[in-house]
Design a protein. Structure first.
Ligand SMILES: C[C@H](N)C(=O)N[C@@H](Cc1c[nH]cn1)C(=O)O
Ligand code: ZN
Ligand code: ZN
Length: 477
């Protein structure tokens, strides 16, 4: 069933108001990984809850309890559960998105304030933290609902919605909620026929995509401590075991400069690709230029497109993220930091899971640390994790999204696996026993998690049409 022309016109006519609403959302710095911004994640939950109620969604805020972050006990932001429509003759679709964002500071290298949405005067890009990941896509759903609410037009499907505020910090508390309310015992998630998540990106800047896989994740914090306080390097250099020297050595043993994971057994868990699988990557609309443009430099690990795509989609990767406690200010402070914490994560692919990989990581770090004969102390923490996910892309859920993409973009979508992680995806698939589709709104060069994150105006507006059209296509499969 095609989406009504009136809906498509409504989206074009209301584009400026939709952008203003995105600007209001971006202005709330809902950074889940920073305790000092926890109140903003709650503010964002209230803002979104009000917006949903204003377009006719029946909502409830679910308390997910407390958690410990950086040795502090914090209240988790609520999950927002929403529903609209309960017609037994219609399919019921569950929409998921997250209203928290990654940290962002102007001093990281942003050209403008990250929490003030800037509309680029010539190319129309909507620049601000969360514009693409994941406030733009959530607002895309709101735009669709606004049309139906304002015109009194019935939705073609029943909708359930689950929006969370902890995705960027491991989705704490959400798995328990989904398992409690979705195990077929009359819980809130029962009756869902399929799931749609708009929280990833096209592979390039030109071809829309449907995504059927995500990598999992396991995130570690390694702390090396020794002296009771920071020391003068002139007084103590070459006389004590230095925590930073130990830590840098350990971090240097994790991954080679060409991406090989050096922890024995981790890369080896993954079977080699078949020729048939390689042919899928070869057929995707992608070039080395695309990755170079998205990265902003000619730094691809390989000149072969298939290798680059497999590096992102079907092999694990280990990235070093940062060191807490190290001197990082201006000037030339000659200090030996007393306690430093290195952070790294491994993106996982089937059959890897955090449960299978974590013991290998911990044993390796302990044995490498033992080789140093250091008198410092090593403390290893596994901060959060999630399993990889792969779906059946021949399912009617994907068929509907393909037809919607062709209707809106006049192009067939790429079928992709995403290199990032959305931990709850597998929980939805396994607990609810239904197909999950990832339907991205933004482009491969949006700079999610990076400086100057943006969503192209056309992706926001055409992406809103895509989300609405998908619901109409679902009604006819
Ligand atoms: C793909 C999704 N938009 C995303 O960015 N997910 C995050 C999830 C995460 C886990 N720890 C911190 N963030 C990601 O893939 O990094
Ligand atoms: Zn993200
Ligand atoms: Zn996201």
């Amino acid at each position: 069933m095609p989406a009504p022309t009136e809906f498509l016109q409504f989206v074009d006519q209301n584009a400026d108001a939709f952008i203003q609403r995105l600007s209001d959302a971006v202005a709330i710095p809902s950074i889940s990984g920073d305790a000092s911004h926890r109140k903003d994640v709650f503010k964002m939950a209230d803002w979104l809850n009000d917006q949903l109620k204003a377009v006719g969604v029946e909502t409830q805020l679910v308390d997910l309890g407390k958690h410990i972050m950086d040795d502090e006990e914090l209240q988790l932001p609520p999950a927002i559960l929403g529903r609209i429509g309960n017609d037994p003759k219609k399919k019921t679709v569950l929409l998921y998105g997250h209203f928290d964002v990654q940290p962002a500071n102007k001093s990281d290298g942003w050209d403008t304030d990250p929490f003030t949405l800037v509309v680029h005067p010539t190319n129309g890009q909507l620049i601000g933290r969360g514009s693409s990941d994941d406030k733009g896509p959530i607002l895309g759903w709101l735009n669709v609902l606004q049309y139906h609410f304002q015109t009194g037009k019935e939705l073609p499907v029943n909708l359930k919605m689950c929006f969370e505020g902890m995705e960027e910090s491991g989705s704490e508390g959400l798995d328990d909620l989904v398992k409690r309310e979705g195990s077929g015992n009359g819980g809130w998630f029962d009756g869902v026929d399929c799931v749609c998540i708009s929280d990833n990106y096209w592979l390039n800047t030109r071809t829309p995509a449907l995504t059927y896989g995500l990598r999992g994740l396991t995130y570690f914090k390694l702390t090396v401590s020794g002296p009771s306080r920071d020391l003068h390097s002139g007084v103590f250099g070459r006389t004590v075991h230095e925590p930073m020297t130990d830590l840098i050595h350990l971090m240097g043993q994790l991954v080679s400069p060409t991406g090989k994971i050096l922890i024995p057994g981790v890369d080896e868990m993954v079977p080699p690709p078949t020729e048939e699988e390689k042919a899928i990557y070869s057929g995707l609309d992608y070039s080395i230029q695309d990755i170079q443009d998205a990265a902003g430099a000619a730094i691809a690990l390989s000149d072969d497109k298939v290798n680059v795509l497999m590096g992102r989609m079907r092999y694990p990767s280990l990235s070093l993220h940062g060191i807490e406690g190290a001197f990082s200010g201006v000037g030339a402070k000659t200090v030996i930091p007393a306690k430093v914490s290195g952070k790294f994560s491994i993106r996982l692919v089937p059959p890897q899971t955090p449960d299978a990989v974590n013991p290998l990581v911990i044993a390796y770090l302990q044995s490498e640390f033992a080789k140093l004969n250091s008198k410092n102390k090593l403390h290893i923490e596994d901060l959060h994790g999630g399993k990889p996910w792969v779906a059946d892309h021949k399912h009617w859920n994907f068929e509907a999204a393909k037809r919607a993409t062709e209707a809106v973009y006049k192009q067939s979508p790429d079928l992709t696996r995403e290199g990032g992680s959305i931990p709850v995806t597998l929980t939805f698939a396994e607990t609810l026993g239904v197909n999950v589709l990832l339907l991205p709104m933004g482009r491969g060069d949006d700079g999610a998690h990076s400086t100057n994150e943006k969503l192209d105006r056309s992706n926001f507006i055409e992406g809103t049409k895509l989300l609405g059209t998908y619901l109409y296509e679902l009604a006819s499969v």
